[in-house]
Write a protein that binds this ligand. Sequence first.
Ligand SMILES: C[S@@+](CC[C@H](N)C(=O)[O-])C[C@H]1O[C@@H](n2cnc3c(N)ncnc32)[C@H](O)[C@@H]1O
Length: 396
Amino acid sequence: MTRNIVDVEWRSHAHRLAGELEQAGKLTDPRLAAAVQATPRHRFTPTVYRRQSNGRWACQVSVDDLDTVYSNTTLITALTDTEETVLSSSTQPGLMTRMIEALRLTDGARVLEIGTGTGYNAALLCHLLGEQAVFTVDVEPALVHDARQRLAQLGHHPLVVAADGAAGLAEHAPFDAILATCAVPAVPWAWVEQTTPGGVILTDLKVAVNAGSLVRLTRTDVDRAEGRFDPTYAAFMDLRHSPGATRRSRRIHRDHDDAEHRTTCVDPTTPSTSLLVWFLAALELGRDIAHGYTLPPDAGPGYDGPPSAAFLTTPDGSWAEVTLAAEPNGEHVVVEGGPRRVWRVVEHAHHTWARLGRPGWNRFGLTVTPDTHTLWLDRPDSPHTWQIPVSPYPSE
Ligand SMILES: C[S@@+](CC[C@H](N)C(=O)[O-])C[C@H]1O[C@@H](n2cnc3c(N)ncnc32)[C@H](O)[C@@H]1O
């Protein structure tokens, strides 16, 4: 497609996208709808990556596929140098609009975005609030450079900074809202300090892989921010404290000869399918849990069949494997080793969640103080609370 045709065609695609988001209930504010209609997403995603069947990433020019670019899809937009790991993406537009609306911004509000990425979301914010009200930070200097240029080409000049967003942006604080498009294991206290009284922090809180979701906090006092989780699960990539760095979990040796065997009634896919149970379990298991699936013991190098078991490991050397196929009585075989019985923790979390009436995300809330993160059910003074371990951020 030539540049001239694209420059005309994208507008009808952007209008269609706004309409689809409205119909899906992900966009209700007409001013934000106008921002979606006026923002050329393809200019923020000039190349996108797709995973191929061999596991490698293939690069594609985004204007070749305006239907996909203007759909409610996450687009992978940057990889690490080795092209193995995702460094950045353009979030689903419907999640962005939902999050911007959840901030309930009033005229004149100043917003700090943590995770500039492509700059698309910053462009929506500039359209909505004016460029002087938008501040955005990304840990990757190259992404910041590109985003700043793309925004400028469209006439937007927000402050775009290359830095570890965990520290916020003290020199431009306070903000009426801080919106993080990356996940944190705990809310950095700097974000609370840099939010105006009554201001909002919206972030993905993940205490471990898959374990947590979007939480909207209001700064209710000098030393307190409090609020509820969003009803709908969402997941962002983890916040990294330095460019390019990704966390790798330590490989734990699973010695079946020295292990305990038993059976379980709890679904082996719980860590990926029953996310609230997994959240409660992760609070006890700790941050660096690894979870995945293993192939049958006799699977050769060419095996392309399904996995046979789910595994769970923690850095102290504890592990569990649970067979995916059920026994005739409906139970699954568990093999566990190491100092802790980690599948017992998942079973316990399952019973707790069932005993509490199988609550959804919106029944959970969070109170953040300088030293504590307290998760609660239904209300802050609930009899059901959990402490989320908080370790200081390197930049604090
Ligand atoms: C899902 S992408 C953001 C999408 C973006 N808002 C957009 O509109 O394209 C998450 C971004 O968070 C960034 N990130 C990770 N750690 C960060 C940190 N410590 N500070 C700021 N940004 C960070 C990543 O580099 C990545 O670009």
